[in-house]
Design a protein around this ligand. Structure first.
Ligand code: ZN
Ligand code: ZN
Length: 369
């Protein structure tokens, strides 16, 4: 079968002929892959800055944002059947008995760093015609989400971030609204970055009831203002509005959801985080040496304004279930905005274009099956 293989030692990647996997265990599920999203992590891997093949393999099959259709199930699988759509989780636990996170099924909090990740680190990914995965790592997707479910994995970043946010903000008892009242009502959120992670995070914040501002540069030819307006967020262009001016426009910033990976921007915005505010960091900058920050002001604010900074890496199975539920909500409320996140679709043989070229737009995906 066809798969996208990255050969780090030879510094090349190409479509390879990989043996088609088969069901080995009673809980295995075989999927025909339909779509695989491409993100910054994939681009880093094909620049050989990141990622490792499985032990004994010269290449790593790329891809971690995916949607597949079940074609065969092991004898003990009851939750899925052929014809079902499913999205696999990505991270698998480390083997250390002392890792409370992994032993508790929460490898997104792994202490040892010995976890593996499909399509990234030590395990083949999903840019292949077929994959086999344990049923417990798969999340059933309703058929009506066929066209957008490839966005579930990038949305899990926001899902875990928001779960963490509300757990942390339980320290503010008055933010616990009634059951029918959105938790973010009356609060203001700033999203840094208008890429797929930022826009999906902004949708989640709007769904939670926040007055949501997206602060971003605009890639040429994009209409981020129109897009944000399409789901009830406000767009603030970073080309013409400084961070200080943006903060002036927003007022008390209750939450910042960072989705740029740009540390200098993040710590500049952190200076304007509001009283009792939370700053959620999701981006992973490359290490380029120390940079100056206004440390006295940051520390002073963090103490005097009861601020918290939350770093978050995705994601648990629960975050995937939350993302599937929420993408359904987004799609129902804002079908056009959700659909317009996917700007390019490429067949697997043209994978070089979105990975190594510059396809532009917001989200490129590979259509496989
Ligand atoms: Zn990704
Ligand atoms: Zn672990």
């Amino acid at each position: 079968m066809k798969a996208v293989g990255v050969f780090p030692a030879e510094r090349r990647f190409e479509v390879v002929d990989h043996p088609e996997p088969g069901i080995m265990g009673a809980m295995d599920v075989k999927l025909r892959m339909l779509e695989v999203g491409i993100c910054g992590t994939d681009k880093e891997i094909v620049r050989f800055e990141y990622g490792n093949p499985p032990e004994g393999s010269h290449y790593l099959i790329l891809g971690h944002e995916s949607l597949g259709e079940v074609v065969e199930v092991g004898s003990a699988v009851t939750a899925l059947m052929p014809g079902d759509l499913a999205v696999p989780t990505v991270r698998r636990p480390c083997s250390q008995l002392t890792c409370a996170a992994c032993r508790g099924g929460r490898q997104d909090f792994c202490f040892t760093g010995g976890f593996t990740e499909r399509g990234i680190n030590g395990r083949h990914g999903f840019m292949a015609e077929y994959i086999v995965e344990g049923a417990l790592n798969l999340n059933l997707v309703p058929r009506k989400l066929r066209d957008v479910a490839v966005l579930v994995e990038p949305l899990t970043i926001a899902e875990k971030g928001m779960t963490q946010l509300w757990q942390v903000q339980q320290r503010l008892p008055w933010t616990q609204n009634g059951p029918d009242q959105p938790r973010g009502e009356g609060l203001r959120a700033v999203v840094l970055g208008g890429g797929p992670v930022g826009l999906l995070g902004a949708m989640k914040l709007v769904l939670e009831g926040f007055e949501t501002f997206v602060y971003s540069l605009s890639p040429p030819g994009s209409d981020l203002a129109g897009m944000a307006a399409g789901f009830g967020a406000k767009f603030v262009p970073a080309e013409t509005v400084s961070v200080a001016q943006m903060a002036e426009i927003v007022g008390n910033i209750d939450v910042v959801y960072e989705a740029t990976g740009v540390s200098s921007l993040s710590y500049e915005v952190m200076k304007y985080l509001g009283t009792n505010g939370a700053f959620i960091l999701t981006g992973v900058p490359a290490l380029k040496g120390p940079k100056p920050v206004d440390a006295d002001l940051l520390m002073r604010n963090q103490v005097l304004k009861n601020q918290v900074v939350i770093g978050t890496v995705n994601a648990s199975k629960q975050s995937f279930a939350d993302a599937i539920a929420d993408i359904g909500q987004f799609y129902q409320r804002w079908p056009k905005a959700v659909g317009s996140l996917i700007t390019h679709r490429f067949p697997i043989d043209e994978v070089r274009e979105p990975l190594a070229g510059n396809a532009g737009g917001i989200k490129s995906i590979l259509t496989i099956g």
